[in-house]
Design a protein around this ligand. Structure first.
Ligand SMILES: Cc1cc2nc3c(=O)[nH]c(=O)nc-3n(C[C@H](O)[C@H](O)[C@H](O)COP(=O)(O)OP(=O)(O)OC[C@H]3O[C@@H](n4cnc5c(N)ncnc54)[C@H](O)[C@@H]3O)c2cc1C
Length: 378
């Protein structure tokens, strides 16, 4: 029987495993490896940060994928060998007919001196309880939300956090300045100037000072350090620089961009029958900007790869391709969300737009999570 080894059980890995089982049922051995034993959507962190819900309320056990025949292994991937389509998993070498690398992005706090000592890492679920406590204890002063590198996952999320926090502060009567900075020239470069103007005016209306072109070099007690200035803070919520996990960096899969470069339609790497999907990849768009790192795209890439592998195993020419179409929601407080959506791979220019905030988009955002948790985990 043919075997597919999927490294990583996030959006991309789960979508690949499910689609392979839908297509090939018992004719394929699907092994899914992750050191985490649960799945959770990224924006749970924002909800838990502001005390709207808990992380646990959105977690589902990966093990339940075994009911559709996926061999789920909770283990650490120690090495990836793309030339052999194998990986070293808790000391065991697992060989496959096709290898799918879906290991996401690692949060590299050590790239910013002082990050671990002085900032809360709001992209790390493990740090959210501490950050949520600091936020609920916060009685006023200077709150800074800092983006310390790009590309980073879900580009609207830090702005969403700023708006949600402002909403909470208003409800609690907390008087605080909120500042957000990014090394990028505008809030969401992939949106273009008009879309960014909408987001940045929304920040301004809510008294959130926005600082583009701000690349922090270090954090000291109570101050973020930039080349030409310092930004004082009482509470610092940070998005650390991202990079591929070590097991990918050391595999020979990473290209000049620092990420795994793949064929943007087929998700093939330079190694035969080895695919990479999701946040671990870098796909450049026609306008020279990278495809945003989003769960939605990781999921679509996983489905594409599964279709292609199934066709190949059946001796057919694969036809499925990644389209890069869809959107994600930017919560603005008050029970509303904006929608950033687009056809990202079209040429000569991606078509990306921002729709103004409605309660309907907020409902869609909630069902983005509930639908997946129900369909994937029962
Ligand atoms: C605050 C926030 C809000 C977000 N909101 C949205 C949103 O609204 N919409 C959206 O589409 N996306 C959103 N995202 C982004 C989304 O979460 C990611 O883009 C998505 O998770 C990427 O999927 P992936 O499969 O590539 O990687 P991941 O989901 O990160 O999965 C990678 C898996 O690999 C495992 N792994 C890594 N290394 C090893 C190893 N050595 N051994 C074993 N296992 C390993 C990890 O445990 C992990 O489970 C958000 C992210 C954040 C942080």
């Amino acid at each position: 029987m043919k075997r597919v080894l999927i490294l990583g059980g996030g959006f991309g890995g789960i979508a690949t495993a499910r689609r392979l089982k839908q297509k090939l049922a018992n004719d394929v051995d699907v092994i899914l490896v992750d050191r985490r034993d649960y799945f959770m959507v990224g924006f749970r962190k924002s909800w838990a940060l502001v005390g709207e819900s808990t992380l646990e309320a959105g977690q589902k056990p990966l093990e339940s994928l075994s009911r559709i025949g996926v061999d789920v292994r909770r283990a650490t991937i120690e090495a990836t060998h793309p030339q052999e389509k194998s990986a070293l998993v808790d000391g065991e070498r697992i060989q496959a007919d096709a290898l799918v690398v879906a290991l996401g992005a690692e949060l590299n706090t050590s790239a910013v001196p002082g990050f671990d000592e002085h900032a809360f890492n709001v992209y790390d679920a493990n740090d959210i309880p501490r950050a949520a406590k600091a936020l609920s204890d916060f009685q006023g002063g200077r709150l800074v939300i800092g983006i310390f590198g790009a590309p980073y996952k879900c580009p609207p999320a830090p702005y969403e956090m700023a708006l949600m926090i402002r909403d909470r502060f208003k409800a609690r009567g907390v008087k605080a300045s909120i500042e957000a900075f990014t090394p990028q020239p505008m809030s969401l470069p992939v949106l273009g100037q008009a879309g960014c103007d909408l987001i940045e005016s929304r920040l301004a209306e809510n008294g959130i000072d926005f600082y583009p072109n701000h690349k922090a070099t270090a954090i000291e007690a109570g101050e973020v350090v930039f080349a030409n200035k310092r930004m004082p803070f009482d509470l610092l919520l940070g998005v650390p620089p991202h990079r591929p996990p070590a097991v990918v960096r050391e595999s020979g899969l990473v290209g000049e961009s620092g990420w795994v470069e793949v064929n943007k339609r087929t998700l093939e790497t330079s190694f035969a029958d080895v695919y990479a999907i999701g946040d671990v990849t870098q796909i450049m768009l026609a306008n020279g900007k990278p495809l945003p790192k989003a769960g939605l795209f990781a999921e679509q890439m996983g489905e594409t790869v599964a279709e292609r592998i199934a066709s190949k195993f059946a001796g057919e020419e694969p036809v499925a391709t990644f389209k890069g179409e869809g959107g994600c929601y930017l919560e603005v407080g008050g029970g509303k969300a904006m929608l950033v959506q687009g056809r990202f791979l079209v040429e000569p220019e991606p078509e990306v737009s921002l729709a103004e905030a409605t309660t309907g988009f907020m409902d869609e955002k909630r069902s983005f999570e509930t639908q997946r948790l129900m369909e994937w985990f029962g």
